[in-house]
Design a protein around this ligand. Structure first.
Ligand code: SAM
Length: 210
């Protein structure tokens, strides 16, 4: 019982602070990917972060969404990325990965700079940040920003064309359906970028800054 409670709250049973998260899903929305992962790997802690969840009290749809995620053992955080990072730092929590699917409206509000500045406090060495977006230019800028923080970056890749129903999140499906339906936009394109916190390089850089 205590174990289940620990996994859901992200806290270890013995200590009040400190935890290891498998993946922090940022801007998780409905959270279909996170809940599938939590179901597949019940011993891992997944966190769904989205300011949308703070509307839960007044919106039955969102309340249901939170309930569904919590039932699967996902830790729900009604915050922005920046606010959640501050909480992680305060509680000494770290993640193996961050997952950021379709960060739109507006991209800049996510404050990736704050994430990169604090990367050694919130991500384990060789931890990864997976970003997917339809906005190639924004991903290119993000890639440049990550490089400035001495993080390892992949090339920006197009997702292979797969059937709409196999796309993993609601936002991806919406974009795909929209571009298929409009005659002038016959194709849809979603791009992927992977940023890795390679300890050696990043630590050297951060030591220099301190
Ligand atoms: C386009 S939806 C993507 C939802 C889901 N990841 C998907 O792919 O279906 C973007 C989500 O990011 C959330 N969001 C907006 N600003 C955010 C921020 N600063 N930090 C975290 N999430 C944010 C929104 O509330 C929204 O649910």
């Amino acid at each position: 019982m205590l174990k289940i409670f620990s996994r859901r709250t992200g806290k270890s049973s013995g200590k009040k602070r400190g935890a290891i998260f498998q993946t922090v899903d940022v801007g998780s929305g409905i959270g279909e990917w996170t809940s599938k992962q939590a179901e597949r790997f019940p011993s891992r802690t997944y966190v769904a972060v989205d300011p949308l969840y703070s509307l839960g009290k007044g919106a039955p749809f969102i309340r249901k969404m939170i309930k569904r995620l919590s039932k699967k053992g996902v830790k729900v955080e009604p915050r922005t990325l920046e606010d959640f990072l501050k909480t992680m730092i305060k509680r000494k929590q770290k993640a193996r990965n961050f997952n950021i699917d379709m960060p739109t409206h507006p991209f800049e509000l996510y404050n990736f700079e704050f994430l990169f500045e604090n990367i050694s406090r919130v991500l384990f060495p060789n931890g990864k940040i997976f970003v997917k977006s339809e906005m190639h230019t924004k991903l290119r800028k993000l890639r440049e920003l990550a490089k400035r923080y001495s993080l390892r970056v992949s090339a920006i890749k197009s997702l292979p064309r797969i059937p709409v129903e196999s796309l993993r999140t609601g936002a991806m499906k919406l974009i795909a359906e929209d571009s298929i339906q409009s005659p002038e936009k016959k194709t849809y394109q979603i791009y992927s970028l992977v940023i890795t916190y390679g300890l050696k390089k990043a630590r050297k850089d951060f030591d220099n800054q301190r």
